[in-house]
Design a binder for this molecule. Structure first.
Ligand SMILES: [Fe+2]
Length: 387
């Protein structure tokens, strides 16, 4: 495979060098941004800007912050990555919030010990990014379980008359993760709904574990936990974003004996136990694809999340809208956020955070209103009067 890749790269490099010499436009046609960037939450007060190109190359983001010009590269262990078509750059949230960024990639045809053949550099337009700015109402659009039908999701999303401040993609946006092109679909949907201008919280669904690229797709986000789980803040909201793994045990025939979520989720559970959420957060929200939290590979997440003080859990996976799933299972409410329905339709939800409450409304792809609910937290218990 190494030799095949090398020969392919040398041929493409030769074509690009020759066409450049002849002044032909092949370079422009061959190397381009094929999925515009989205800005993903990735924990530790950092964003990860991710985009892709049609051929391998470098990736870097430029911006100005506090009077200083920054160029941050997609790099790993001191090397600027150049052999991938998916590019990811981690940037402090404070630098990007309410700022403008531009991303760039340069084609790298081949890279040897003492030489590299490089081609054109492509750049995005400058993107104005909107982070939290103290607004009183915060609108979070939830689009889980797209399952490769983004047009239906877009029809449902078009029913909302408010613009989202952030996007929650709660897993199973694609139905399997066999290669980079499947992750590029996730990028495509993320940009379609966020335009690269608002943060995206993406959790991994069980279907996005399925295939050789499932593990690689986690690496792209560069979280410090190493897994696809992290915490993040949006103004008064603290999110705990979890990876619920698969929906069947490791020994199920589906996985061919080639998965070990037992160990992965045990590590994630230890990380969860180590967390202390911000005291000043007005809302503490858990976002996780599979809402069955009593037994995640024998780990009971109900008690851990209760100890954290979670107010509401937003789950996908069930392909329906439910504002009070399994009442009484946990001391907080569990919401099912819709997604692809069993009749091949789609339900999108918008969560509006204001005044210590969360108002949630859902619409489907036929533009039907599918329900609403208001979550109120920290209500004083009514005092019973004598007599
Ligand atoms: Fe699922």
């Amino acid at each position: 495979m190494y030799v095949v890749n090398m020969v392919f790269n040398v041929i493409v490099s030769a074509i690009i060098v020759i066409q450049s010499a002849l002044g032909l436009p092949l370079n422009t046609l061959l190397f381009r941004i094929d999925n515009e960037a989205s800005v993903f939450e990735s924990g530790d007060d950092m964003y990860t800007v991710i985009w892709s190109t049609s051929l391998p190359g470098t990736g870097y983001v430029t911006y100005t912050y506090d009077g200083e010009d920054y160029t941050l590269f997609d790099e790993e262990n001191a090397a600027i990555r150049s052999e991938d078509t998916i590019h990811s750059v981690r940037i402090p949230k404070a630098h990007l919030d309410n700022n403008t960024y531009t991303y760039h990639s340069q084609y790298v045809g081949t890279r040897r010990a003492y030489v590299a053949v490089k081609g054109r550099t492509v750049s995005s337009k400058a993107v104005d990014f909107k982070g939290y700015s103290g607004q009183e109402k915060i609108n979070a659009l939830v689009i889980s379980d797209i399952h490769e039908n983004p047009d239906n999701a877009a029809k449902a999303v078009s029913c909302f008359d408010v613009e989202p401040d952030l996007i929650i993609m709660n897993g199973d946006e694609v139905s399997f993760m066999t290669a980079a092109y499947k992750f590029k679909q996730v990028l495509n949907y993320a940009h379609r709904f966020s335009n690269g201008t608002v943060p995206v919280i993406y959790t991994r669904g069980n279907h996005e574990n399925r295939g050789e690229y499932g593990s690689e797709s986690v690496r792209i986000f560069k979280t410090t936990t190493g897994g696809h789980y992290f915490t993040c803040r949006y103004g008064p909201i603290q999110f705990v974003c979890l990876d619920s793994g698969e929906d069947k045990s490791d020994s199920d025939w589906t996985y061919s004996g080639l998965v070990d979520y037992t160990t992965y989720v045990a590590e994630e559970t230890e990380w969860m136990k180590s967390l202390t959420l911000d005291e000043d957060a007005q809302y503490k929200i858990c976002v996780v694809h599979i809402p069955n939290i009593k037994n995640r590979y024998v780990n009971n997440w109900v008690d851990i999340l209760s100890d954290m003080g979670i107010d509401l859990l937003v789950g996908g996976h069930k392909h329906r809208l439910n504002f009070d799933f399994r009442p009484g299972e946990a001391p907080f409410k569990i919401m099912l956020d819709g997604g692809k329905t069993n009749s091949d339709g789609y339900i999108a939800t918008m969560m509006t955070f204001a005044d210590g409450q969360i108002y949630v409304a859902g619409y489907d792809n036929e533009k039907n209103f599918r329900g609403e609910y208001t979550y109120t937290f920290n209500e004083e218990e009514p005092v019973e009067e004598d007599g």
